[in-house]
Each structure stands twice: as structure tokens, then as C-alpha cells.
Write a protein that binds this ligand. Sequence first.
Ligand code: ADP
Ligand code: 5GP
Length: 211
Amino acid sequence: MFMRYFARFYSAMAGPRPVVLSGPSGAGKSTLLRKLLKEYSGVFGFSVSHTTRNPRPGEENGKDYHYVTREAMHAAIDKGDFIENAEFSGNLYGTSKAAVQDVKDRNLICILDIDMQGVRNIKSTDLNPIYISIQPPSLDVLENRLRNRKTESEESLQKRLLAAKMDMEFSKEAGVFDVIIVNDNLEDAYGQLRDALLEEINQVKKVNMSS
Ligand code: ADP
Ligand code: 5GP
């Protein structure tokens, strides 16, 4: 009885569990994330990663990513500023300790949008997130979506498709993801995402209302 009470108390003190969204580039992670952040602005906060890739039209420094040079990124990694980092499609990406702390300080559920190397690396930390994989209905649909997005060169597109094949296999490995969502119809996929997080959402709403 006491242990159960203590566990609940401790988990409330530690704050809500973060959420990892992963899955192939083009599967719809950013689209789903944007919807979630819009509907639950006082509940979720985005962990703003660092990257060495160039901003896409419409992306904002400090909001979508912190855009940095390779030199700056390597220096920060060497200093121990990152929880995890990876090379994806020829660019460096990483989650800084500060990015996650910033969201925790605001008492929000921290959402990380990271690739499968990031998932593997986060598994060896004490972050203890809920792992959600967003998958496309097929590789052909994914290719169409990436082409229609018009953000990638042919070279970058091919690298992303290659990584996507590996990601689609990785997502099937037992015990890696708590939830796998196939993003075919956007509203259906969003509904599944919201349902998967409803318990955490209600917990944060309750805590934030009483404080
Ligand atoms: P990711 O963040 O995983 O790389 P995006 O969210 O950028 O993927 O989505 C890739 C492209 O597919 C975008 O142009 C987006 O508008 C589109 N898209 C996302 N979900 C759907 C869907 N369910 N049906 C059709 N198009 C979609
Ligand atoms: P994009 O260039 O399309 O924004 O992102 C490419 C890939 O990098 C996506 O799979 C995305 O999830 C991943 N990514 C974005 N930020 C990070 C990060 O901080 N760490 C890791 N490991 N991957 C990231």
C-alpha cells in the first residue's frame, strides 16, 4: 500500500512521461505533431532538436530546429550537451539536455521527434518515454508524399527512402514501440495518437488545473 502510494507520489514529482515519435521521413510525424500541439498547447511541448541541415521554407530557427554548423554541433556533443545524437541522410541531428529540460520546466509532456538511431540511444537513458512509431501505409505512398512535399533533392529523397525501408523493418522488432500507428487517413491516425496519449493528457490537465 505504502509502496504504491510512494510510486504514485514519486511519478507525479518526476513529471509526465515524455513521448517519442519516430518513423520514416515523410510518414507524417510533423503533421501529426502540429495537430497535437495546436489542440493541446498547454499540455505538450516540443523538444527542439539541433540539426546541421538547412531550414526548409517556413521553418523557424529555435522553433522547428536549432540550425547549427557541423563544427558547432561537434563541439556541443564533445561538451556533453546532448542526450542523443545521430547522422541521418548526411546531416547531424541531436536532442540537447536543455531542449528536454526546457519543456519539463514548463510542466508539459515533452515530445521528441527522432529517428531510429535516436530511439535505440534513448533506450539506454533514464528518460523512460512512451515510444510511438508513425508508419506510412506503404513505401510507394511514402515516396509520393515526400515528392509532393517538394522539400528534398533527388539525392536526399533516395537516402530517405533507403532509411525508410530499414525503419519499417525496425518498427516490427518486438518490444521497441509501445504503439504503432499507420498514417493512412490523417484524421484516423490523429485519433489513434490522441487515444494513445489520453491518460497522460488527463494527468497533466489535472495537475496544471490544481496548481
Ligand atoms: P515527417 O515529419 O514524418 O517527415 P510530414 O509530416 O512532413 O512527415 O508529412 C510528409 C508529407 O505528407 C507532407 O507534405 C504532409 O502534408 C503529407 N501528409 C502527412 N500525412 C498525410 C496523410 N495522412 N495523407 C496524405 N498526406 C499526408
Ligand atoms: P527532417 O530532416 O525530415 O526534419 O528529419 C529527418 C529525420 O531526423 C527524421 O526521422 C527525424 O525524426 C529525425 N530527427 C529529428 N531530430 C532528431 C534528433 O534530435 N535526434 C535524432 N536521432 N533524430 C532526429
